[in-house]
Design a protein around this ligand. Structure first.
Ligand SMILES: Nc1nc2c(ncn2[C@@H]2O[C@H](COP(=O)(O)OP(=O)(O)OP(=O)(O)O)[C@@H](O)[C@H]2O)c(=O)[nH]1
Ligand SMILES: [Mg+2]
Length: 293
């Protein structure tokens, strides 16, 4: 018997959804930072076994959208409700509620199995853990409950085993050697965006989009050229920094990650361009793979 299906991870920003997906995959597929709204796309991560294929979806954290980009991000979350065979709803220690009532109702009224994961239990004591476990189980009574730590790997294998049990009998949906649905360039963009989230403050990371224009694989090196887009001229100066030092740091750190990811030497060229108000422009959003409507 072969089992396969879609397991979609949803929850508030910054609770650890991408960390969990990477833990299941065993690779750094999704970028992870301490800032909210790190993930902007729905990213598939596929775990293949001889008699199973688990197709995980990492999704953006649920927010009330304030501009077009965020609306497109929430469309990815919506789509994750539509095709799930198993829904993973992740919350973190100390969290009060989901930032969207309609999505929360969808979870509590779900006809498909819901796994409720209380993450970051490594940061809590026994008393807090018990109190939080009770709270969340009463809020989502239709779910199966697992306290976990995605970074420490606590209970992660048990969740995975339960997923396999819950998956329907089905042939594989993707070739068994496929790891994701995203092209190589997407991971280049993301590696660069991760460094920008890490090193720049306030609104800067949220005004940035990265587009990899060139990706040439040679025998022992991959040559890439990517453009970092910002919304305004002032932001461009901040990204570049004094004598280009800030941009250089982004390039060096992203290159190191990409060399690990591709298992090959990487040459990465970066430049910065103003793309006025791209976050609110339908055509630009479509071009960057956000708008599916
Ligand atoms: N202490 C602790 N920190 C964790 C754990 N899981 C994730 N984190 C941290 O929480 C932060 C957010 O993790 P992400 O995986 O990026 O969270 P996310 O839910 O994907 O966030 P968005 O993409 O912004 O919605 C990072 O700093 C992680 O290192 C955990 O089990 N314990
Ligand atoms: Mg994420």
């Amino acid at each position: 018997m072969h089992k396969a299906g879609f397991v979609n991870i949803i929850g508030n920003p910054n609770v650890g959804k991408s960390t969990l997906m990477n833990a299941f995959i065993g690779e750094k597929l999704s970028i992870i930072t301490s800032k909210a709204q790190t993930t902007r796309h729905r990213i598939l991560g596929i775990v293949n076994g001889e008699d199973f294929q688990v197709i995980l979806s990492d999704t953006p954290g649920i927010i009330k959208p304030a501009y077009q980009l965020q609306e497109s991000m929430m469309d990815f979350v919506k789509s994750a409700f539509e095709d799930a065979d198993v829904l993973i709803y992740m919350v973190e220690i100390g969290e009060k509620e989901l930032k969207d009532d309609a999505f929360f109702k969808k979870i509590t009224n779900s006809k498909i199995p819901v796994l409720l994961l209380l993450n970051k239990i490594d940061t809590s004591n026994q008393e807090q853990l018990e109190e939080q476990s009770e709270l969340w189980q009463s809020k989502v009574p239709n779910a199966e409950f697992f306290p976990i730590s995605a970074t420490e790997g606590f209970n992660v294998q048990n969740v995975f085993d339960r997923i396999i049990e819950l998956l329907p009998e089905s042939p594989a949906f993707y070739p068994k050697d496929q790891l994701t649905d995203k092209p190589e360039r997407f991971f280049v963009n993301e590696a660069i965006r991760e460094k920008i989230l890490m090193h720049y403050k306030k609104e800067i990371p949220y005004a940035v989009e990265v587009d990899t224009e060139e990706f040439f694989e040679e025998e022992d090196i991959i040559r890439m050229r990517s453009v970092i887009m910002v919304e305004r001229e002032t932001q461009k100066g901040i990204i570049i920094g004094h004598k280009g030092s800030a941009l250089k740091r982004v390039g060096v750190e992203a290159r190191k990650d990409l060399e690990k990811f591709f298992g090959k030497q990487v040459h990465l060229e970066l430049y910065v361009k103003v793309n006025k108000n791209w976050r609110s422009n339908q055509n630009q959003l479509k071009r960057f793979g956000y708008n599916q409507r």
